[in-house]
Write a protein that binds this ligand. Structure first.
Ligand code: ZN
Length: 428
């Protein structure tokens, strides 16, 4: 009977139409991500809005009549993870020329598939930095309305970039007259594009400050947007209450973007000591996507990535990892972002082991994907910690992620806003 009841709960919970009810979760261990301390035998209660109402030792919290806590006493709980650099509406197989055959509506459907995979991997919040045709806006709204399962999303819409730059599309010759949605040259055109993206529902602005790896005919180290353009974009976005994320591999572009007041530097590959110092001084977050290098080199050619892209990755991958270590040791703020979509969605947690390999302690890497990521998003009071007033976004693993961060690659339990979306923890 008990087994049947759990099976029934699992079926109900798997439905995207399931609504949260007040409840509680009992965790054998709970990682306090703010202090890095591992707490034992904790009870977490939440209300019908899926908001946490109390957290503390199980013996200290009185449950209202009839509430049986969900039993995770054999597991270690953490807050739901956050990836601040995803592309849910794209897959690795839609790289290079293959991407040209994929319609905007099809991309939205791909996004629905990947949103579910990402959520089930324990990532209950993502910041999606770049999608054509506002597919990310539609996906975010569909998730919020309960139409499809997925993480909480902050979305950028089409990324802004210069004509012929990383955020344009250079695959077709002139006679097709094709350019990407976010292309805008000059401070005023860029300001107009910021306003247009906000008109159509974006939460933040993404720009391409320098060249990139997976684009045709440019170089990662070369500046694209000028300082003047980035300053205009940032002023316009901040005035309208939106933060700005800048794709920047190149040394000069990173410094220009920081100086222009941009909130996070994405990739950060060729950052130098001056750039690190500037990021520290301004409090700019650095995001280093140091897992996907392995995937690009091993699988990129099969996935349709251009030969020039593979060559660019060979040159930049190791430097990015070395600079990640340097920036971390120097005390820069780092948030967890992976560029999912370049590698398969749902593998996001594979980056934790890379961050540990390149200088972080497991708890540092976990903080980058929880409290620090939440701070970068402007959602520090909502996500990234299991605390009263936060969403009941809770995951559980077997084992101790502060000693073996790889356990985060096989998350056993996922709850988003008080609703269970994955459960492979056997009840005792
Ligand atoms: Zn990206």
């Amino acid at each position: 009977m008990r087994k049947l009841l759990f099976a029934l709960i699992a079926v109900v919970a798997a439905s995207p139409f399931a609504h949260a009810a007040p409840g509680a979760v009992r965790c054998g261990k709970l990682l306090d991500v703010r202090s890095g301390r591992m707490l034992t035998d904790q009870l977490i209660t939440f209300d019908s809005n899926g908001t946490i109402t109390a957290v503390g030792p199980a013996s200290s919290i009185a449950l209202s009549g009839g509430t049986t806590p969900y039993d995770l006493s054999a597991a270690t709980c953490l807050p739901g993870l956050i990836d601040v650099h995803t592309h849910l509406t794209g897959d690795p197989s839609s790289s290079g020329y293959q991407a040209l055959g994929i319609s905007i509506p099809r991309e939205a459907i791909i996004g629905a598939k990947n949103a579910r995979l990402t959520l089930r991997a324990g990532f209950t919040t993502v910041r999606n930095v770049g999608a054509e045709g506002y597919t990310d806006v539609a996906l975010r709204d569909g998730i919020n309305d309960g139409d499809v399962p997925g993480p909480r999303m902050l979305v950028s819409g089409p990324p802004l970039g210069i004509t012929g730059g990383h955020c344009d599309n250079n695959l077709l010759p002139f006679e097709f007259h094709f350019k990407s949605d976010g292309v805008a040259d000059g401070p005023w055109a860029a300001r107009a594009k910021v306003r247009e993206n906000i008109k159509y529902g974006v939460d933040l602005i993404k720009i391409c400050a320098s060249g990139g790896v997976l684009s045709k005919g440019d170089q990662p180290g070369t500046p694209q947007y000028t300082f003047e353009e980035m300053e205009a974009i940032t002023e316009e976005a901040h005035k309208l209450g939106r933060r700005v994320a800048a794709h920047a591999h190149g040394t000069q572009s990173i410094k220009d973007a920081i100086q222009a007041g941009i909130d996070s530097i994405e990739h950060s590959s060729l950052i130098d000591d001056d750039g690190i110092a500037a990021a520290k001084k301004r409090g700019t977050y650095l995001v280093f996507d140091i897992y996907n290098d392995d995937f690009i080199l091993q699988e990129g050619a099969k996935a349709g990535m251009l030969p020039e892209s593979i060559e660019k990755e060979k040159k930049i991958g190791r430097l990015q990892r070395e600079n990640f270590r340097k920036a971390w040791q120097a005390g820069a703020k780092i948030a967890f972002g992976t560029d999912s979509g370049v590698y398969p969605h749902g593998d996001n947690a594979k980056q934790f082991a890379k961050m540990v390999e390149w200088g972080m302690k497991p708890v540092d890497a976990i903080q980058a994907a929880t409290v620090k990521a939440a701070d970068l998003l402007g959602w520090a009071d909502k996500v990234g910690a299991v605390e009263t007033g936060h969403y009941a976004d809770i995951i559980a693993v077997s084992g101790d992620p502060t000693s073996d961060v790889k356990v985060l690659e096989s998350v056993k339990f996922v709850m988003k806003g008080g609703t269970i979306v994955r459960n492979e923890v056997s009840a005792r």
